[in-house]
Design a protein around this ligand. Structure first.
Ligand code: PHE
Length: 446
C-alpha cells in the first residue's frame, strides 16, 4: 500500500471490487423483478440503452472526482470547486445519506438470502421445523438475519480496503457467474422456458416511451451501478493514478449489465417454468402477485424440480447471492465510514460500529413497519435520490470543474485520451445530455 490511505493493489482487484459493488441484489433480485413487472423485453431494451448512454457517463464522472480528490466524497468534490462548498456538500453528503438508507433496506433482502441459504442445509439434515421457520417470512426471522447481515458487513469494512474489500470481491465474483450459467442451461431444458424467453427477449416497442417504465429503468440502472450514493467516488479515490479510468469504468459497466442480463435469462424463464408447475406468479389481470419475494418463490420451485441435487444447487446459489450482496453492502457502508474517519478523525473500527449500529436501527424500523416503509424507502432512494444526485454530480463535473484540470486527471494513466472519442464526447455529454435526459425522464413520471 503506497500511502496511509488504502488503495487497490491491482487493476483486477479494483475491477472486481467496483464490479462487486455494482453486482448484487440489484442485478439478481431487482432487475428481473422490475423486468417482470414492467412488461418484459421492452424494459430490458430501455434498461440497456439507459445503462450505457446515461449511467456509464455518470459513473465516469463519479470515478474521476474520487481519483482526483483522493478523499471521501465531500472533500473530493470540494477540491474541485473550492468556491462551491455547499453544492459539494449537497452532492457528497446527500450521496452518503442515500447509501446508508439503501443499506437499511438492502440488509433486509440480503437477510432473506441468508435464510434461503440455510434452508437447504436444514432440509438435508432433516430439521423440518427449522427449515419451515427459515423459509417463512416472520418478524423474528427477518430481524435476526438482517442483524447478522449488518454484522458481516461491519466486520469486513472494519478491516479496510485491501484485506477486506478487495480480497473478497476477487474470489467470489467469478464463482457467481459460473453458477448462473449452469442454472440457465438447466432452466432452458424445462417446460415453459421458451415462453419465458420470448417474454424476456421480444420487446413490445409500443411500451418503450411509457413514463413509468422509463423512470423504473433509469432508477434500476443507477441503482445497479451504485450511482448517486458517493460509493463510486470513494472507490475512485482508491484507484492508483497509473490506471486508465476510461476503460476501468467501461469494464465495470459491462460486467454489471452482463450479470443483470444473465440473471434475467435465468429468472424470467424460471418464472414461466414455475407457473407451468402450478406456482401462482401472475394475478388474473396479469400483474405480479408478490414483487418483493418473486425470486424466493420462483427459484425454490425450480430447485425442487431438480430432485435431491436441487438442495445443493439451492445452497450454492443463495450462498453466492448472499456474498454478492455483501460485496455491495460493504461499499454502501464504506461511504459514510470513510467520511466519518477523514472528517472527524474517528478510529475506523469505532466509526464502522457506530454507523453500522445506526443503520441497523433504521433497518429494524423498516422490518417493524414493513408494509408502509419497505417500498417507500426503495422508491425514495432508487427512483428519486440516486438519479437526482447522479444528475447533480454530472452538473458539478461538467460545469464546476475546469476543463483543463479535468483533462489532466483523466490523462493520468490514459495518456492519449485527448485524441480519442471519449474526450470528444463525454465532457459535453455530462454537461448537457445527462442532466437533461435524467430531468426529462424524472419529471415526465411525476
Ligand atoms: N449496485 C448494487 C446492486 O446492484 C446496489 C448498490 C446501490 C450498491 C448503491 C452501492 C450503492 O445490488
Amino acid at each position: 500500500m503506497s500511502s496511509v490511505r488504502g488503495e487497490f493493489s491491482s487493476r483486477f482487484g479494483f475491477i472486481m471490487a467496483a464490479a462487486g459493488s455494482a453486482v448484487g441484489l440489484g442485478n439478481i433480485w431487482g432487475f428481473p423483478t422490475q423486468t417482470a413487472s414492467n412488461g418484459g423485453a421492452a424494459f430490458v431494451f430501455v434498461y440497456l440503452v439507459l445503462a450505457f448512454c446515461l449511467a456509464y457517463p455518470a459513473l465516469m464522472a463519479e470515478l474521476v472526482v474520487g481519483r482526483h480528490g483522493q478523499a471521501n466524497a465531500v472533500t473530493s468534490l470540494r477540491k474541485i470547486a473550492p468556491k462551491q462548498p455547499k453544492f459539494a456538500f449537497i452532492v457528497g453528503f446527500g450521496g452518503i445519506i442515500c447509501a446508508g438508507l439503501i443499506l437499511s433496506f438492502y440488509a433486509i433482502v440480503a437477510g432473506w438470502m441468508l435464510s434461503a441459504t440455510l434452508t437447504p442445509i436444514a432440509e438435508i439434515t432433516s430439521l423440518d421445523a427449522t427449515a419451515g421457520w427459515l423459509s417463512t417470512q416472520s418478524l423474528g426471522r427477518d430481524l435476526i438475519f438482517t442483524a447478522v447481515f449488518i454484522m458481516l458487513t461491519i466486520s469486513i469494512i472494519s478491516k479496510g480496503v485491501e484485506n477486506g474489500i478487495e480480497k473478497w470481491s476477487k474470489r467470489l465474483m467469478p464463482a457467481l457467474l459460473g453458477i448462473l450459467a449452469l442454472l440457465i442451461a438447466y432452466v432452458l431444458t424445462q417446460d415453459g422456458a421458451s415462453q419465458g424467453l420470448q417474454a424476456y427477449l421480444v420487446p413490445d416497442f409500443s411500451q418503450i416511451l411509457n413514463p413509468d417504465l422509463l423512470v423504473s429503468a433509469l432508477g434500476q440502472a443507477f441503482f445497479s451501478l451504485s450511482l448517486g450514493t458517493s460509493v463510486m467516488i470513494i472507490y475512485g479515490s482508491y484507484i492508483s493514478k497509473q490506471e486508465n479510468l476510461v476503460s476501468l469504468g467501461a469494464y465495470v459497466t459491462l460486467i454489471d449489465v452482463l450479470i443483470a442480463f444473465v440473471a434475467g435469462l435465468l429468472i424470467i424463464p424460471a418464472m414461466y417454468v414455475a407457473q407451468a408447475q402450478g406456482v401462482e406468479i401472475f394475478s388474473d389481470n396479469g400483474t405480479l402477485l408478490s414483487e418483493d419475494t418473486l425470486v424466493f418463490q420462483v427459484l425454490p420451485a425450480l430447485f425442487n424440480s431438480m430432485g435431491d441435487i436441487g438442495l445443493v444447487v439451492a445452497f450454492a446459489f443463495f450462498a453466492l447471492m448472499s456474498i454478492a450482496a455483501l460485496t455491495s453492502s460493504i461499499s454502501m457502508l464504506e461511504a459514510p465510514v470513510s467520511y466519518t474517519v477523514e472528517k472527524f478523525g474517528m478510529d475506523r473500527l469505532q466509526a464502522t460500529w457506530v454507523i453500522g449500529g445506526l443503520i441497523a436501527v433504521v433497518s429494524f424500523t423498516i422490518v417493524f413497519n414493513f408494509s408502509s416503509l419497505f417500498s417507500f424507502v426503495i422508491a425514495l432512494t432508487t427512483q428519486f435520490g440516486q438519479p437526482l444526485l447522479g444528475m447533480l454530480c454530472c452538473i458539478f463535473v461538467g460545469w464546476m470543474w475546469h476543463r483543463h484540470s479535468l483533462l489532466e486527471e483523466i490523462k493520468s494513466g490514459c495518456g492519449d485520451v485527448e485524441n480519442g472519442v471519449f474526450w470528444k464526447i463525454w465532457p459535453w455529454y455530462i454537461k448537457f445530455i445527462c442532466p437533461l435526459a435524467i430531468a426529462l425522464v424524472f419529471f415526465n413520471s411525476l
